[in-house]
Design a protein around this ligand. Structure first.
Ligand code: ADP
Ligand code: MG
Length: 335
């Protein structure tokens, strides 16, 4: 070492130490977060490690993707889906075609537990209207007469075309998942690698939070103050269907929004179902289907479905999960 360098060695070492200490002690930059009310729920987009200046633009693009799906596929007066139902069929835009095609595939795969033609039953039960007497057996039978995914004829085109065969579509159990996938794709296209998009507890996760896994809570189905479990999901989607968000009590019975197309009544086998899959569209459809099928058949379906794992809270509160759920959504250790 030269004399010159030796003279500076000690102060340089101190300086390096101070710099290292400063870096290691500097609080982590807060992630960029934006929340909006959309698709009847609070949706938040969280980005990690993005240049502050870029964050609003990137997040805006993700919200545009979510809003576009909602505008096309919500069953509200004036949307293209609403018009399609009124016309009994017609030409589909490419995004709606993708969701309808996936819906019919999941209906077939789940033996109709997931059925995108439940619209007449949803309207009949009208759970969002609040407490009122449930429909009669006769009314349920009449609505069931207009339900049945097998009557839908879908031609992929292009342009894709559908003939509803006297049924009407409700994509409420799958469109949110598709919207999450579109938001994730928009974020990736904009160069983001580390993010989480959370639509009322249904989420897509990518990358990490500064090298550490993202951490999320799974809602306890009977205690809103508690998490059932806190997990660190692998990149992909984690979606929950439950009987605790849209429901009312009537003469001791819980009337909620997930209907069993076999009976025309709210499905009774589960309190909540959480599904992990690489795509949110699949996790969303599966969560609803497993909820309808109940814990035994539902878990069997998940075990038989490659790339999907899940956790079920059954009707008495017992928690059961697929053999691989802990691999894709390990419980978070304290840190
Ligand atoms: P959430 O709306 O809480 O995300 P889901 O993904 O389970 O929960 O979707 C529930 C919605 O799906 C209902 O509001 C209704 O529009 C629709 N739906 C209800 N039962 C079924 C079913 N058996 N198959 C397909 N869609 C359904
Ligand atoms: Mg669903």
């Amino acid at each position: 070492m030269s004399r010159q360098l030796r003279r500076w060695a000690a102060p340089l070492a101190v300086l390096a130490l101070v710099a290292w200490y400063g870096v290691s002690r500097r609080p982590e930059p807060p992630p960029a977060v934006e929340t909006r009310f959309l698709m009847d729920t609070l949706v938040s987009v969280t980005l990690w490690g993005t240049d502050r200046a870029d964050a609003p633009g990137r997040i805006g693009v993700a919200f545009e993707a979510l809003e576009a799906v909602d505008r096309a596929m919500a069953r509200k007066e004036g949307t293209p889906l609403w018009a399609l139902n009124r016309a009994g069929g017609g030409i589909l835009d490419p995004a709606t075609a993708e969701v309808v095609s996936a819906s019919l595939a999941w209906a077939r795969r789940t033996g109709g537990a997931f059925d995108p033609t439940v619209a007449p039953l949803i309207d009949l039960w009208d759970v969002l209207a609040g407490p009122h007497p449930p429909p009669s057996g006769g009314q349920i039978a009449a609505a069931l007469g207009r339900v049945g995914w097998e009557r839908v004829r879908f031609a992929p085109g292009p342009p894709a075309r559908v003939d509803l065969g006297g049924t009407a579509l409700d994509l409420g159990a799958i469109a949110k998942g598709y919207a999450l996938d579109r938001a994730a794709a928009a974020l990736r296209a904009g160069g983001a690698a580390d993010f989480i998009v959370n639509a009322g507890g249904d989420l897509v996760v990518a990358g990490s939070k500064g090298g550490r896994p993202w951490r999320v809570g799974i809602q306890h189905p009977r205690d809103p103050e508690r998490f059932l479990r806190v997990v660190e999901p692998r990149p992909g989607a984690l979606v929950t269907s439950g009987d605790y968000e849209r429901f009312y009590e009537w003469e001791g019975e819980r009337v909620h929004h997930i209907l069993d197309p076999r009976t025309g009544r709210p499905a009774g086998g589960c309190r909540s179902v959480t599904v992990w899959a690489s795509r949110a569209i699949d996790a969303d459809a599966l969560a609803t289907a497993v909820f309808v099928l109940g814990p035994d058949a539902g878990l069997a379906l998940l075990e038989a479905t490659a790339g999907a794992e899940g956790l079920v809270v059954d009707a008495v509160g017992r928690v059961r999960e697929t053999a691989g759920f802990g691999r894709v959504a390990p419980g978070a250790a304290g840190r």
